[in-house]
Design a protein around this ligand. Structure first.
Ligand code: PLP
Length: 420
């Protein structure tokens, strides 16, 4: 049953209540390996489901365009102060609705349409909003893109330097959405300084690892840090922009009134709660556990013949090419979903296949670590993935159903926040 219970919703709208319960049960029964997802705590759920959603508060604490901010100002100020303490930054803005608008606010603050900007190409592991052609950021700016080396699967800092010297971008984005390796913030900072660019570290995926000391911090290297709050940081759907003192005003103006209206105060409260959780010693253990699980899973998958981009992982994320298993990303992701293992199909660098039917799978250990699974369970998960690949190739749905039952049985021993 969903926790907190939803009796009023069940009475007022049984259709939606039933769907919420269905989703909660699904999350309880599946090995959730989507690298951008997690389970928030019940405290975060309560904050995001609170009356704070009723309130409008355009502006910033002490300078609002609506009355009645006695409590909202305090909520937002707490979230800001906690973000500053957790990440060690001069400035934090907790209002961006999500990661994409947060990144758009960076462009609005520091660049003009047509300016040259630089980021990692989407097929190499970058995010759409780092200048990819179909995104507004690729349409409205002159985006140049770097990738990874074919032989190592890692960012080629020589390519980044050469491209930056040749193109002299205003902004350089580092970070991305399918990068299994540590981001070398000092090296990016050196290149940005040389060409006079502002370095933006998009730590959406690794924010929880940075907060928990399991990935180097971009603070002191990147002038601007963008992050979502809902991946390894384990907060509600939302985002934050952080910066040095110099860029604080421009970022705030870009978020409001530049791009957004009223902040989502219930989300801000949830972010504040998640940040308080991230400041606790247990969160350092969690972050270390996420990385340990990813490394153990990577090892077990490699031992079973899966081909991992870059040969492994330093963080929460694994990217692998499943061509060698006689299949492709999409059919295997769908078979795994039927087997109770949820992940996403993904392009791999230099993928000869199309983005909607690519060669790879992306996996992450943020959610299963929250659930309490440890390194001792990772070989079992790798075995299920391997067995599902064989079963799917053979069209053996009975074998897939057997795996789903085994998954459900294992997970029944691991409590899930949001479920009682
Ligand atoms: C690196 C990175 N930046 C930004 C975003 C965008 O976040 P959102 O989906 O909240 O707009 C994502 C989302 O996956 C991401 O991985």
């Amino acid at each position: 049953m969903h926790q907190p219970a939803i009796p009023h919703l069940a009475a007022a709208d049984p259709d939606i209540a039933q769907l919420v319960e269905g989703e909660a049960a699904r999350q309880f029964e599946k090995v959730r390996l989507i690298a951008s997802e997690n389970y928030v705590s019940t405290a975060v759920l309560e904050a995001t489901g609170s009356v704070l959603t009723n309130k409008y508060s355009e502006g910033y604490a002490g300078k609002r365009y609506y009355e009645g901010q006695q409590f909202i100002d305090q909520v937002e100020t707490l979230a800001i102060e906690r973000a500053k303490a957790v990440f060690g930054v001069d400035h934090a803005n907790v209002q961006p609705y999500s990661g994409s608008p947060a990144n758009l606010a960076v462009y609005l603050a520091l660049a003009a349409p047509g300016d040259t900007v630089m980021g990692m190409a989407l097929p190499a592991g970058g995010h759409l909003t780092h200048g990819w052609s179909v995104s507004a950021t690729g349409k409205w700016f002159r985006a140049v893109q770097y990738g990874v080396r074919k032989d190592t699967g890692r960012v080629d800092m020589d390519e980044v330097r050469d491209l930056a010297r040749a193109e002299r971008p205003k902004l350089i984005f580092c970070g991305g959405t399918a990068i299994p390796r540590t981001i070398d913030f000092p090296a990016f900072a050196e290149i940005a300084a040389e060409v006079g660019a502002v370095l933006v570290a998009d730590i959406a995926h690794i924010a929880g690892l940075v907060a928990g000391g399991a990935h180097p911090s971009p603070v002191g290297h990147a002038q601007i840090i963008s992050t979502t709050t809902h991946k390894t940081l384990r907060g509600p759907r939302g985002a934050m922009l952080m910066s040095d003192a110099e860029h604080a005003k421009a970022l705030d103006k870009a978020v409001f009134p530049g791009l957004q209206g009223g902040p989502h105060n219930h989300t801000t409260a949830g972010i504040a709660v998640a940040l308080a959780e991230a400041a606790r010693p247990e969160f350092r253990e969690y972050a270390a556990g996420v990385v340990a699980n990813a490394k153990a899973l990577a090892e077990a998958l490699t031992a079973r013949g899966f081909d991992l981009v870059s040969g492994g992982t330093d963080n929460h994320l694994i990217l692998m090419d499943v061509t060698g298993k006689g299949t492709a990303g999409k059919p295997l992701a769908k078979a795994l979903d039927r087997a109770g293992i949820e992940l996403n199909y993904n392009t791999v660098p230099f993928d000869p296949r199309k983005p909607f039917d690519p060669s790879g799978l992306r996996l992450g250990t943020g959610a299963i670590t929250t659930r309490g699974l440890g390194t001792e369970q990772m070989p079992q998960i790798a075995e299920w993935i391997d067995r599902t690949a064989t079963a799917a190739n053979d069209g053996d749905e009975t074998a897939i159903a057997t795996i789903a039952a085994e998954v459900k049985e294992l997970l029944s021993a691991y409590p899930m926040p949001g479920w009682a």
